[in-house]
Design a protein around this ligand. Structure first.
Ligand SMILES: CC(=O)SCCNC(=O)CCNC(=O)[C@H](O)C(C)(C)COP(=O)(O)OP(=O)(O)OC[C@H]1O[C@@H](n2cnc3c(N)ncnc32)[C@H](O)[C@@H]1OP(=O)(O)O
Ligand SMILES: O=C([O-])CC(=O)C(=O)O
Length: 371
């Protein structure tokens, strides 16, 4: 038996949801470049869950279902006030809050496909409310109720800031949601599939996935990118800091990818949004620093930026707290996790790989007093 470290190159399942072939990402056969420019996040949710784009009435119905399900139980909101919220990472809070939602859903353990679909709608709708409510409660503000006539993207920004977003902000945020929605068998999606392949419930699958997304080698990288940009502080400092990091064999957050070798197709869309938004804010330095880092890391290490790199300066330009960047990734990726969870249930087999044993050979037990 031989193993592949990190399961590199292992094809672990079949899926009809998204694909990465020759550095091209598609959702159900639609190129991400096409969707990023043209699709609303709600259309993408429908696409991932039904494997086809919605007709107008179907889209309207999904939007209504999401709007109807955005409220979260008061007890879940109150629980944010039961711990030291200033010193808790929002991803840890989100992981617990999503798990807690399951305790208030009388259908949580019902495994029929229709009930699982209803749970998907509930979780997708409520996760937006959870992240924005956490952000507001932490700042000493009351949560803001959603406006049912807003898009998913606009509603998130509205519930977070209490103000209606400008058109360019809504466009940027919608694009970010579309770009992050699904990505084949990434670590958090695999985690979700492993969890539900035991025939555990939907809430367990999403909770497990949030835990996997949180790490800095995966979704947590976007927060680390902003930390690095803030520490570097100016375009003039980029050269020294990045060369020192590379010389010390430190990883530069937001670069590299297990699957893409010639670059992540999502990065260029976020780069463009970063350029637009930083200019509007009069804070071009974040974009200029990012481009300079990009040039050095790609030029010298042949490592292109991934989806997390330019999303950092995009979210920063939307006035979002840096530690909410990864929860926002979770809000979007929930659509993909749920698609994969539903797909896993529809054709399930327990996921149980083997390990290549590299420990000692056979040993004989020695009583404790004789060791
Ligand atoms: C949404 C997402 O999850 S996208 C990924 C987000 N994560 C990050 O941005 C964190 C930084 N990037 C990384 O850590 C990696 O590139 C990963 C985790 C994304 C992919 O990792 P793997 O496929 O396992 O590659 P691995 O970590 O083995 O790296 C291979 C080589 O490239 C180097 N390398 C990879 N990424 C980087 C980086 N960001 N900065 C510097 N060197 C890097 C490694 O040091 C290693 O070099 P070596 O062979 O000399 O030891
Ligand atoms: O696919 C991966 O390994 C990581 C990634 O880019 C994502 O989850 O969007």
């Amino acid at each position: 038996m031989t193993s592949s470290k990190g399961l590199e190159g292992v094809v672990a399942t079949q899926s009809a949801i998204s694909s990465i072939i020759d550095d091209t990402l598609t959702y159900v056969g639609y190129d991400i470049d096409d969707l990023a420019v043209n699709a609303s996040f709600e259309e993408v949710i429908y696409l991932l869950w039904h494997q086809r784009l919605p007709k107008a009435a179907e889209l309207a119905e999904l939007k209504q279902q999401l709007a109807d399900n955005m409220a979260v139980p008061q007890a879940v909101l109150d629980h944010f006030k039961t711990y030291d919220i200033q010193n808790v990472h929002p991803m840890a809070a989100l992981r617990t809050a999503v798990s807690m939602l399951g305790l208030f859903d009388e259908e949580a353990e019902v495994m029929e496909p229709e009930a699982n679909y209803r749970k998907a709608v509930k979780i997708q709708a409520k996760i937006s409310t959870l992240v924005t409510a956490f952000g507001r409660i932490r700042s000493g503000k009351e949560p803001v109720a959603p406006k049912t006539d807003l898009s998913f993207a606009a509603n998130f920004l509205y519930m977070l800031s209490g103000e209606l977003p400008e058109a360019i902000e809504e466009e940027a945020f919608n694009k970010a949601l579309v770009l992050h929605a699904d990505h084949e068998l990434n670590a958090s999606t695999f985690t979700a599939r492993v969890a539900v392949a035991t025939l555990s419930d939907v809430y367990s699958g999403v909770t497990a996935a949030i835990g996997a997304l949180k790490g800095p080698l995966h979704g947590g990288a976007n927060e680390q990118v902003m930390k690095m940009l803030t520490e570097i502080g100016s375009v003039e400092n980029v050269d020294n800091v990045i060369h020192e990091k590379l010389a010390n064999k430190e990883k530069i957050m937001g670069f590299g990818h297990r699957v893409y070798r010639n670059g992540d197709p999502r990065a260029k869309h976020l780069r463009e949004m970063s350029q637009k938004l930083t200019k509007i804010r009069g804070e071009e330095k974040w974009y200029d620093m990012s481009v300079k880092i990009n040039d050095i890391v790609t030029g010298e290490k042949n490592l292109p930026p991934n989806v997390d790199f330019y999303s950092a300066s995009v979210y920063h330009s939307l006035n979002i707290d840096h530690d909410l960047f990864t929860p926002i990734f979770a809000v979007s990726r929930t659509s993909g996790w749920l698609a994969h969870i539903l797909e896993q249930y529809s054709n399930n087999r327990l996921i149980r790989p083997r390990a290549e044993y590299i420990g000692p050979g056979m040993q004989t037990y020695v009583p404790v007093e004789e060791r």
